[in-house]
Design a protein around this ligand. Structure first.
Ligand SMILES: *[C@@H]1O[C@H](CO)[C@@H](O)[C@H](O)[C@H]1NC(C)=O
Ligand SMILES: *[C@@H]1O[C@H](CO)[C@@H](O)[C@H](O)[C@H]1NC(C)=O
Ligand SMILES: *[C@@H]1O[C@H](CO)[C@@H](O)[C@H](O)[C@H]1NC(C)=O
Ligand SMILES: *[C@@H]1O[C@H](CO)[C@@H](O)[C@H](O)[C@H]1NC(C)=O
Length: 333
């Protein structure tokens, strides 16, 4: 008798559990994102101001801070989705209004068919390059990218991807100059440089000058391209650092939160960014600071989800710029 009651109770709890498990996820509303308090900052430090352009607004969002968002059509306002607390980065309402949505592999493949994307810069861009490979292929042998070297990938649909190791802004300037001289032009170039300058030279004003040269080279490169087919150039802001996790004394001495702010101010002051310059901001500082110390193992490089989110922001930038290219072509007849 007692055993039967117990069994019934067990059955009921199993059914309840099953019901919970089977509850459709899209009925869960995702709360507004939570930003952890930045360490040792009196404020947030330097913040890039987003004007009302969609190009800027696509950078806006935050980490959701709930433990699971499933990747399904109803959650497409979330750039990255996964099981962990810091796997889910969600666009702001303004970004969603601009059409921000998580791009699928087939959308990305379609957009990149017969195109060439170059990622050039330091290790931060190399992690971004890995995110791009993860988005486009499941072939793990294609996903191994490490060290101070270049990579080249030819994927399905004639998608060509190139990584160029170019840790200083001067290196990026040279790459752009060579393309201008040889009339070569990728569809999109993703760039980041600053951490090596911060570590080995530690002079934000000097960095600002090198960005001035990058701006000139990028402007000349753009004017050499037909107006109907302007490459999309992106520049990363400097990632947040967490000095207690640094592995070397040299990094602790030179890569401080104050220097991160100074180097980001150098990017702002250099007028290399749209609308004064030709480079579009991909706000890595906002992404990495939002994810916080738990997302970085060495104080400098962040979780895969961080670079996946950056890749999603870039992909939305690119889709927006390609749609504008199409309408320009239609207008030109
Ligand atoms: C991050 O992605 C790479 C492939 O790009 C993979 O090899 C690695 O295991 C991933 N790291 C984690 C912690 O999942
Ligand atoms: C990058 O620039 C630095 C400083 O100008 C130079 O020493 C280095 O050889 C360059 N590296 C590459 C890969 O071009
Ligand atoms: C914050 O400041 C304390 C004391 O000055 C220092 O020990 C700690 O490493 C700092 N943390 C960061 C992230 O800079
Ligand atoms: C940027 O501009 C501000 C205000 O004009 C100036 O104080 C600063 O030295 C400039 N450069 C950097 C790297 O902060």
């Amino acid at each position: 008798m007692g055993g039967q009651v117990w069994l019934t109770a067990l059955g009921v709890s199993l059914l309840t559990l099953l019901g919970l498990l089977l509850r459709p996820w899209h009925s869960v509303t995702i709360p507004p994102s939570v930003q952890p308090a930045p360490l040792n900052r009196t404020g947030d430090g330097i913040r890039f101001k987003y004007d009302s352009s969609c190009d800027m607004q696509l950078n806006a969002g935050g980490w959701v801070g709930i433990s699971h968002v499933s990747c399904e059509p109803s959650t497409k306002g979330v750039a990255t989705c996964g099981p962990g607390h810091s796997d889910n980065w969600q666009w702001s309402a303004a970004a969603v209004k601009c059409g921000a949505q998580r791009t699928t592999r087939s959308q990305l493949q379609g957009a990149l068919r017969n195109r060439w994307v170059v990622v050039a810069g330091d290790s931060i861009t190399r992690f971004f390059y890995a995110a791009l490979l993860r988005a486009l292929t499941d072939d793990e042998s294609q996903q191994v990218v490490f060290g101070h070297q270049d990579f080249e990938h030819d994927l399905d649909d004639n998608v060509r991807l190139t990584f160029r190791w170019a840790p200083y802004a001067e290196n990026l300037t040279h790459i752009l100059q060579a393309w201008t001289a040889h009339s070569e032009a990728p569809t999109s170039v993703v760039m980041s440089a600053g951490l090596w300058h911060m570590l080995h030279i530690t002079d934000a004003l000097g960095y600002q000058q090198t960005l001035g040269n990058l701006k000139s080279a990028a402007s000349r490169f753009m004017s050499a391209q037909p107006s109907s087919r302007q490459p999309y150039l992106s520049l990363f802001s400097i990632s947040e650092v967490y000095p207690p996790k640094f592995k070397t004394e040299e990094k602790r001495a030179h890569m401080t939160l104050g220097e991160v702010d100074a180097y980001n101010r150098a990017i702002m002051n250099s007028s290399v960014l749209v609308p004064s310059g030709p480079l579009h901001l991909l706000d890595m500082h906002h992404l990495t600071q939002g994810c916080g110390p738990a997302c970085t193992h060495d104080g400098l490089h962040y979780s895969n989800a961080t670079y996946d989110a950056a890749m999603q922001i870039w992909a939305n930038h690119l889709l927006l710029s390609l749609s504008q290219e199409t309408s320009r072509k239609l207008m030109l007849g």
